[in-house]
Ligand binder design. Sequence first.
Ligand SMILES: [Zn+2]
Length: 211
Amino acid sequence: MATRRTFLSKTLGLTAASFIGAPLVGLAPARAAQDNLQPPPDIFDAQALDLEFWVKPRTLTVTRPQSGEKASVLYWRDGEVIDSAYEQLCHLLRDVNGKETAPIDPKLLETLWGAQAFVARYGIDSPIEILSGYRTPASNQRLREQGIPAARQSLHMEGKAADVRIANLNEEVLGGLVKSFRQGGVGFYYRGGPRGGWIHADTGLKRTWKG
Ligand SMILES: [Zn+2]
């Protein structure tokens, strides 16, 4: 990451007291949207992470609700992506509908892993649910026809975007955290119901939107 150097000069500075006030879990998505809650900036800011966080081996645990797959993949160690594990993750983030696999931007994997590793520090060790990863143009078009939010030039078609959620973590907090990695765009999709909405994360232009 471009700002890795700044990690050296910052400390995480987490305390139990600062954590208590944070509406981390169990907050209804609708209410989060309504109150326009922002994640506590000092806690959910990836820019405050220490270098140690970034140099440790990276294991990404994901599920695909659509296909029922689940895997925990050690994909990065000693500063390098592990090829076979990278291929496994590309497969997991494939187009489940179109049955096609494509290369996934390693920066996207870094953001997903970073978000997961970050909240794991707070005892949230749920897998990242991948609702959508790579999409073939045909799959993307089908979603558009079904009225499901999908951009015409979606970065999903370039392996640079994923729609994700983490159980019991509301969209506001997860989206705010993903945004703090400064790797690209973040879409907040608030939805009612027990499973809530999702976050779109990509490695394109740095921008945010609500969908
Ligand atoms: Zn998306």
